[in-house]
Design a protein around this ligand. Structure first.
Ligand code: SF4
Length: 310
């Protein structure tokens, strides 16, 4: 499989997370709180979306039982885990994929989430259902479960070509299920996904942000589409993919915040490599980082999102 993809897996172990990091994130109530993001190692997600490179950080086979709680122990121990309000458990796939994270491990995972007021997991819309309710119940009333779903784009045809295997109605249904069951919704969107006509890229980014808010998302996270999985390199060589511009990233941030419907974050991971040499990249990156933190640009009252700035 990897030889056909042209990109290799990164060596990972079922005994420790691929990575963990401490971060700060602005909450819906305006507080800036610290948390822990854990990149868990398990089997590859069965979906195989065109732009996804997360399979590179997975195992070729199922992880053994109890490996996820063990990996959490490593992250909690190494990070110190004090003064942390939330934890993101990202598993390069769907948390509620029972082939990736067995339900038998839920109690041990929930036990390790005790003390965090918010737990954020990711899931494909098709797997939003009974396991989510079971995990929510194990977390208990003191811990808010937040489910992140990758919508990527609201462009129906591009969504199909990305091989996401859901349509907008299916996404809306899963979002409703999450919210009607007392959980909160985070939505990931791609900035300049392939298959969206070049002349419509900006308009579809705006429509996608609006669609995510219509589904009840808070926050919406804008992720620049990147190379790195082999398939995207092939699309780029065929002229079907180009990296998003800084202008487009900034436009998405300003547009989303201007709606005043919830928080908007831009994922700035690896943005230097993505953008290549750019005369004012450092200052514009810093400005976006600041906008992530204060949810405004600090200059334009019109886009401040209603709570006190840090
Ligand atoms: S569902 Fe998510 S993790 Fe799975 S292949 Fe698609 S983008 Fe990647």
């Amino acid at each position: 499989m990897e030889s056909r993809r042209g990109v290799a897996r990164v060596p990972v172990s079922a005994d420790r997370p691929y990575a963990w990091l401490r971060e700060q994130e602005r909450q819906a109530d305006g507080r800036l709180t610290s948390g822990l993001t854990v990149f868990l190692v398990n089997r590859e997600c069965p979906w195989r979306c065109a732009m996804c490179d997360l399979w590179r950080y997975t195992l070729p086979a199922k992880a053994p039982p109890e490996s996820i709680p063990r990996q959490m122990d490593v992250a909690l121990r190494e990070s110190g885990a004090c003064e942390l309000h939330w934890v993101k458990l990202y598993n390069a796939g769907s948390f509620f994929d029972l082939g990736a994270i067995p339900a038998e491990d839920y109690p041990a995972i929930a036990e390790r989430c005790r003390g965090f007021s918010r737990v954020i997991v990711e899931c494909h819309p098709s797997l939003v259902g009974a396991p989510l309710l079971r995990f929510r119940d194990l977390l208990g009333p003191g811990t808010q479960l937040e489910v992140a779903m990758g919508l990527e784009t609201a462009h129906p045809k591009a969504l199909e070509q990305l091989n996401k295997r859901f349509d907008l109605e299916g996404f809306r249904r899963a979002a409703r299920f999450i919210r009607e069951n007392g959980c909160e919704l985070r939505v990931f969107l791609l900035v300049r996904p392939p298959f969206v006509p070049v002349a419509e890229v900006e308009a579809w980014l705006e429509r996608s942000i609006e669609f995510a808010f219509d589904c009840g998302a808070d926050p919406v996270v804008l992720i620049p589409t990147r190379l790195g999985n082999g398939a995207m390199e092939r699309l780029a060589s065929m002229g079907l993919h180009s990296a998003p511009s800084l202008d487009l990233l900034e436009h998405g941030m300003y547009f989303g915040l201007g709606l005043k419907r919830g928080r908007v974050f831009v994922d700035l991971w690896d943005v230097e490599q993505l953008m290549g040499p750019h005369p004012d990249l450092a200052s514009r990156r810093a400005a976006l980082e600041r906008m992530n933190t204060i949810q405004g640009d600090g200059l334009t009252p019109a886009i401040s999102s209603g709570f006190d700035r840090a």
